[in-house]
Design a protein around this ligand. Structure first.
Ligand SMILES: [Zn+2]
Length: 405
């Protein structure tokens, strides 16, 4: 008879769903020292200090939200509607890692790294804004003077564990004033810092032809393997859909070269119609992300798990949406050897989710609705071996989407 192995925590009896390792099976996960030490059909919990019963639930690698705005509490001006607290986007919503997409730039990163990151239980990765003050002013880049290549590169190099990229937006007025110099300067910061870029496509001003003129050049002349395009499914001029509704051929070429494509639901860059138009052309984004803000949480966006439900309703499979929030997101930030899988030896970042069947009503930000039969709700995040509580959720009744009539 073998003696029971001791664990600090065992996640017991859940449906372990790990697309990176092609596992979909009822298994137990044994955790010690913040790491996954055993994954097996049935672990003896006799010496486990704590057991989380996950029967009937989905146990997946810790969800990674590739596009959020989590500099909450740094900017509390009148009418604050932008940044959420990291744990609201993160562990209190079932998500273990959030990528802050350009809320802060080189001049504001100090406050973020000193006061926000150490107070969060969620793992935070930063993509520094190419505009030196980040979204503390909006729009963050007004002219060339808004960008400070030297300071941005220095900040990237000083924080290699946290800063994994440079974020910039192809929006007015910067695209009008700077043209292709905008993405080229941002790319220069990333190259000198040894990181990738994440670019927001789709202008904030409707029908400005400049964005549409620049998008093909951005894709073919600036972006290289590993860079990320966010708002892949946007309906905006200057995003990936041409006026004829076809995906830009340069987007298809960029994907072949290894550029990654992210959803970034957000408030202004997503409709069900444009998402359907992109998906119908066989273009499945690499990653799903929320672009969560305070307004988004209480607007139609709600949460990463609700965005996952929307893409199930749009026809993607459960495996697709889990891969797009775990292993693909880990690869997109260059952390696939640390995150995105439940393999033994990995940090015990785990998301436990519930699948609910019913008739759900999803909304986009422009009046579009879509019915779905499956909703995904968070149940628990485990961050480095520590189970984290959920908050109440973005709806008055909690986490589940609205019920259809
Ligand atoms: Zn954003």
């Amino acid at each position: 008879m073998t003696t029971a192995q001791s664990f600090e925590l065992v996640v017991k009896g859940g449906r372990v769903f790990d697309p990176a390792r092609r596992i979909d099976d009822i298994q137990d996960i044994g955790i010690s020292g913040g790491k996954i030490v055993r994954v097996a059909r049935s672990l003896d919990t006799g010496k486990a200090a704590r057991v989380v019963e996950a029967g009937g639930r989905l146990v997946v690698p810790g969800l990674i939200d590739l596009h959020t705005h989590v500099a909450g509490s740094l900017r509390k001006a009148v009418g604050e509607d932008a940044f959420v607290e990291p744990d609201v986007a993160g562990v209190h919503g079932g998500v273990t890692t959030v990528v802050d997409a350009g809320s802060v730039g080189a001049y504001t990163f100090g406050g973020f790294s000193r006061f926000v990151i150490p107070n969060a239980r969620t793992r935070i990765i930063s993509f520094l804004n190419a505009g030196a003050v980040g979204i503390f002013q909006a729009p963050e880049i007004r002219d060339r003077a808004s960008m400070d290549v030297e300071s941005t590169v220095a900040t990237i190099k000083a924080h290699p564990q946290v800063v994994k990229g440079v974020k910039f937006r192809m929006v007015s007025p910067a695209i009008v004033d700077l043209g292709l110099d905008l993405p080229k300067l941002a790319k220069q910061m990333a190259v000198e810092g040894g990181v990738r870029v994440m670019v927001h496509v789709g202008d904030i001003i409707a029908d400005n032809p400049k964005g549409a003129e620049l998008a093909p050049k951005l894709l073919s002349e600036v972006l290289t393997a590993g860079d990320i395009v966010t708002h892949t499914t946007s309906h905006r001029v200057g995003a990936l859909l041409g006026r004829d509704g076809r995906l830009l051929p340069e987007a298809l070429d960029a994907r072949k070269r290894g550029v990654n494509f992210d959803v970034g639901h957000g408030m202004a860059n997503f409709t069900f119609k444009s998402a359907r138009t992109v998906l119908d052309q066989g273009f499945i984004p690499d990653t799903l992300s929320s672009d969560l803000t305070v307004r988004g949480r209480f607007g139609p966006l709600k949460s990463l798990t609700e965005v996952m439900g929307k893409f199930l309703a749009l026809g993607l499979s459960l495996e697709d949406v889990i891969r797009m929030t775990t292993s693909n997101s880990a690869r997109s930030i260059g952390m696939e050897s640390e995150l995105g899988s439940l393999a033994e030896g990995r940090t015990a970042d785990i998301s436990i989710l519930e699948l609910h069947e019913g008739k759900f009503l999803f909304r986009d930000n422009f009046g579009g609705t879509l019915e779905g039969k499956i909703a995904i709700a968070p149940w628990r995040a485990i961050r480095a071996g520590q189970p984290m509580p959920l908050d109440h959720g973005p709806h008055p009744w909690g986490w589940l989407p609205e019920r259809a009539g």
